[in-house]
Write a protein that binds this ligand. Structure first.
Ligand code: FAD
Length: 404
C-alpha cells in the first residue's frame, strides 16, 4: 500500500490527511509535526483565544480520537531535518528515517524577524503558534504599554485584542499607511480611524532604530528620534515560508516552494501546500504564495484529489478574513492597483464594501460587516460576469440579482 507522508501538522497538513480518507485513500498516512499538538486553528491566536474567550481544546481542527479512527499515524513533537528525494526518505532530528511513496510538505511559514538591536529581548514577542500565543497572553495585562511593530493583519488584530485587555497600544508602521500590501487605502483608512476611536496610537511612515533595554525592552527608538517607553513589544512584520528543507533537497524555490496547479513541486513525488507553496493562480495569471486558511484548505483538497485519482474541483478565488473589535473584514480576490474601486454603502454605518473592477470584471471585494457583499463578490469574481462600477455602487440595486 502506498504511503503518504505529510510534514507539518498545521492547517494544510491537517486538512490534507482528513481529506485523503474522505476521498477513500486506503494507503498508509503519516502526519509529522514539530509542535506537540494535533492540528489546530491559528486565527483565534490573535483574536478570541488571546482575549480568553475560547479554550485551547476548542482550537483543535479535529478531536484527538479522529486520527486513530482514521488510521492516520501521528508523529508529534518530532522535526524532520532533511529530505532525500531520490531515496524517497526523510530524516528526523534524532537520525532515524522514514520512507514514503509521496511526500507532502506543509511546513507553513514563520514570523519574520527584524535586524535591529534589541529584538532578542525576552519581552519582544512574535505570534505564529500556540507557544508564542501563550507567552503573549501572559504578558498582555491592563495598563501595560505595548508597542506593536507592523500595521498588517496580525499587528492590527493584536492591537484590538490588547485594547480589549486594557493595554496602552502604539502601532509603528514603516509604510505611509496600514495594510499597504493587502488592503485598499479606503479600508486601511477606515480601520485606522476605528482603532484610533478605541484609543490606539499610530506612527506611520516611521522606521525603528533600536529596541532599548539591558535584558528586557524598555523603549522602542523610532527613526525620527522619538522614544516610546514600553513593557512589551509585538513584532508583526510578516511571515517567511519555511522552505529550507525543500531548498536543501534541491527543489525549485522562489519565495516558497515552486509548485504547479496541482501543488506538485519540481520533484514529481513531492507536493507542497499552504503558506510555504507558491502556486499559479489562473485568474491572476501568475504564481502567488497565499497565507490563508482557505488557501491551505483548497490546496489540501487539490492534492488529495490528485493522489486519489479524482477530478479536482475548480480552483477557488482566494479569500481571507480578519476580525478587529466588532468588525468582520472579509476579502475575496487580491488587490489590483490597476482596478477601479467603488464603495458600496456608507463607511459611517460600519457596514459597507469596496468593489474592485477591472475590464468589467470584479477582481476583489473587501467587505466590512457585510456578508451579502462578500458572497456576491465571491460569485462575481469566480464567474467573471460583466458589471459596471456604477451598478455596484448603487445601494438600492439588489446585489443577488447583479451576481446571479
Ligand atoms: P501552519 O498552520 O503554520 O502549519 C505548519 C506546521 O508545520 C507548524 O506546526 C510547524 O511548526 C510545522 N513544521 C515546520 N517545519 C517542520 C519540520 N521540519 N518538521 C515538522 N514540522 C514542521 N488566515 C486566515 O485566513 N484568516 C485569519 O484570520 C488568520 N489569522 C491568523 C492569525 C495568526 C496569529 C496567524 C499566525 C495566522 C493567521 N492566519 C489567518 C493565517 C493562517 O493561519 C495560515 O495561512 C495557515 O495556518 C497556513 O497553514 P499551513 O499548514 O501552511 O501552516
Amino acid at each position: 500500500k502506498p504511503h503518504v507522508l505529510v510534514i507539518g501538522a498545521g492547517h494544510a497538513g491537517g486538512a490534507l490527511v482528513g481529506q485523503l480518507r474522505q476521498f477513500g485513500f486506503a494507503g498508509r498516512i503519516t502526519l509529522v509535526g514539530d509542535e506537540p499538538h494535533t492540528p489546530y486553528h491559528r486565527p483565534p491566536l490573535s483574536k478570541a483565544w488571546l482575549k480568553g474567550e475560547t479554550t485551547t481544546e476548542k482550537l483543535a481542527l479535529k478531536p484527538g480520537s479522529f486520527y486513530e479512527e482514521q488510521h492516520i499515524g501521528l508523529r508529534l513533537g518530532e522535526r524532520v531535518q532533511a529530505i532525500e528525494p531520490d531515496a524517497h526518505r526523510v530524516r528526523f532530528d534524532d537520525g532515524t528515517t522514514l520512507d514514503y511513496d509521496w511526500l507532502v510538505l506543509a511546513t507553513g511559514a514563520r514570523a519574520r524577524q527584524l535586524p535591529i538591536p534589541g529584538v532578542g529581548h525576552s519581552n519582544v514577542l512574535s505570534l505564529r503558534n500556540l507557544a508564542d500565543a501563550e507567552r503573549l497572553r501572559n504578558a498582555l495585562k491592563v495598563d501595560r504599554k505595548v508597542v506593536i511593530i507592523g500595521g498588517g493583519y496580525i499587528g492590527l488584530e493584536c492591537a484590538a485584542t490588547a485594547r480589549a485587555l486594557g493595554a496602552e497600544v502604539t502601532v509603528v508602521e514603516h509604510a505611509p499607511r496600514l495594510l499597504a500590501r493587502v488592503a485598499s487605502a479606503s479600508i486601511a483608512t477606515f480601520l485606522q480611524s476605528e482603532h484610533e476611536a478605541q484609543g490606539v496610537q499610530f506612527r506611520l511612515n516611521t522606521g525603528i532604530d533600536a529596541i532599548e533595554g539591558e535584558h528586557a525592552a524598555t523603549a522602542v527608538r523610532l527613526s525620527d528620534g522619538t522614544r516610546l517607553p514600553c513593557d512589551l513589544v509585538i513584532l508583526g512584520v510578516g511571515a517567511e515560508p519555511a522552505a529550507e528543507l525543500a531548498l536543501a533537497a534541491g527543489l525549485a524555490c522562489d519565495d516558497g516552494v515552486t509548485v504547479d496547479a496541482d501543488c506538485r513541486s519540481s520533484h514529481p513525488d513531492i507536493f507542497a501546500i499552504g503558506d510555504m507553496a507558491k502556486r499559479p493562480i489562473p485568474i491572476y495569471g501568475r504564481p502567488i504564495r497565499l497565507e490563508s486558511v482557505p488557501g491551505a484548505g483548497e490546496q489540501a483538497r487539490r492534492v488529495a484529489a490528485v493522489l486519489c485519482g479524482r477530478e479536482p474541483s475548480a480552483p477557488e478565488v482566494p479569500w481571507f478574513w480578519s476580525d478587529q473589535y466588532d468588525l468582520k473584514l472579509q476579502i475575496v480576490g487580491l488587490i489590483d492597483t490597476d482596478a477601479t474601486s467603488v464603495v458600496r454603502g456608507d463607511p459611517a454605518s460600519r457596514s459597507f464594501a469596496v468593489f474592485h473592477v477591472k475590464d468589467t470584471r470584479v477582481v476583489c471585494v473587501e467587505a466590512i460587516n457585510s456578508p451579502p457583499a462578500f458572497m456576491a463578490g465571491k460569485k462575481l469574481a469566480a464567474s467573471g460576469k460583466p458589471v459596471t462600477p456604477s451598478e455596484l455602487a448603487d445601494s438600492s440595486a439588489d446585489l443577488k440579482t447583479i451576481a446571479a
